[in-house]
Design a protein around this ligand. Structure first.
Ligand SMILES: C[S@@+](CC[C@H](N)C(=O)[O-])C[C@H]1O[C@@H](n2cnc3c(N)ncnc32)[C@H](O)[C@@H]1O
Length: 298
């Protein structure tokens, strides 16, 4: 099975506006689809790619102009500075999980397979989803399900998980689903479980926190005129990206200087998010929720 089918491949690379002698970062290497197309440009000087999942290392590109760093992208600036690569000409982020991660039952990301309840993108660090579900209190669990999964019955669902774990172990994806049997709306079970899994995955990987750090690092690492290209797959991520591009903060609040001029760090290249076209949607259902935003550092 293919590791991952890249989404909006050409649009993302066009958005980077590759230049001869340019240095770029792909902070979500995955199967390397986007990186490979960048590397086809023989004029660029170097591409630094990041992925925290060690399984992505098998997809590396054999080229002296390419470096793959197995690290969380929250350390983007640290590693780019270590490689003396700052300022860079463009940064690409294709957020979330790869199809490979979803399709491997042992990773515990998918509601479709029975497997250990893990969900860590970097399986060597931090607590797994099973550890989280085992120890978390009612209120924070409710908040996670409500805020990250947008569940309507977050409190009831959190209560059900806690009641179940008092009698049984929750160590597999099946256990988690079983604990929630009475909460899943009839006929909408798949959507409900997908929302629960998304919520727990976001918490386990601290996805919103690391995204914020990476966006801040990208601003510090790009040269003026450099491009930031970000593709997100749910509204929580997209809101952070949109606000940051618009204002340089995550609330989207534009600060003004003494003369009333807006202090904004980026020029928005596309006011609205770019979506995959019908043709791509027909070929790749994963592209359905993708939103691409492009900005240029001022
Ligand atoms: C949607 S896939 C990227 C697919 C890639 N563009 C391609 O064409 O194959 C996202 C990848 O980013 C990685 N990832 C997600 N969050 C990360 C983070 N905070 N730090 C490093 N890698 C991350 C995941 O492990 C996954 O492999």
């Amino acid at each position: 099975m293919a590791y991952h089918t890249p989404v909006m491949l050409n649009k993302c690379i066009e958005a980077l506006q590759l230049e001869a002698g340019g240095v770029y970062a792909d902070v979500t290497f995955g199967g390397g689809g986007h990186s490979r197309l960048i590397m086809q440009n023989k004029e660029i000087k170097h591409l630094y790619a990041f992925d925290q999942d060690k399984e992505a290392l098998d997809n590396t590109i054999d080229d002296e102009r390419f470096t793959l760093v197995q690290q969380n992208f929250k350390y983007l600036k640290n590693y780019l500075s270590l490689y003396k690569a700052i300022p860079v000409d463009g940064i690409l982020a294709d957020l979330g999980v790869s199809s490979h991660q979803f399709d491997e039952a042992v990773r515990g990301f998918s509601t479709r397979f029975s497997g250990p309840l893990d969900m860590r993108m970097d399986a060597s660090k931090g607590q797994s989803a099973a550890d989280l579900v085992k120890t978390i209190d009612l209120q924070p669990l409710t908040d996670i399900l409500r805020n990250y999964g947008e569940l309507r019955n977050a409190y009831k669902s959190a209560q059900a998980i806690i009641a179940y774990r008092n009698e049984n172990e929750i160590v597999t994806t099946e256990d988690l689903k079983k604990s929630l049997q009475t909460c899943a709306p009839r006929g909408k079970e798949n959507k409900y479980f997908a929302q629960v899994f998304q919520a727990i995955r976001i918490e386990v990987n601290q996805e919103l926190e690391v995204l914020k750090t990476m966006l801040q690092h990208s601003l510090d690492s790009l040269k003026p005129g450099g491009r930031l290209v970000v593709m997100s797959y749910h509204s929580l991520e997209d809101r952070l990206v949109k606000n940051f591009i618009k204002s340089g903060n995550f609330e989207g609040k534009i600060e003004k200087d003494f003369f009333g001029r807006a202090l904004v760090p980026f020029k928005m290249i596309s006011r609205k998010p770019i979506l995959a076209n019908e043709d791509e949607l027909a070929r790749n259902p994963r592209a359905r929720s993708a939103k691409l935003r492009i900005a240029e550092k001022l």
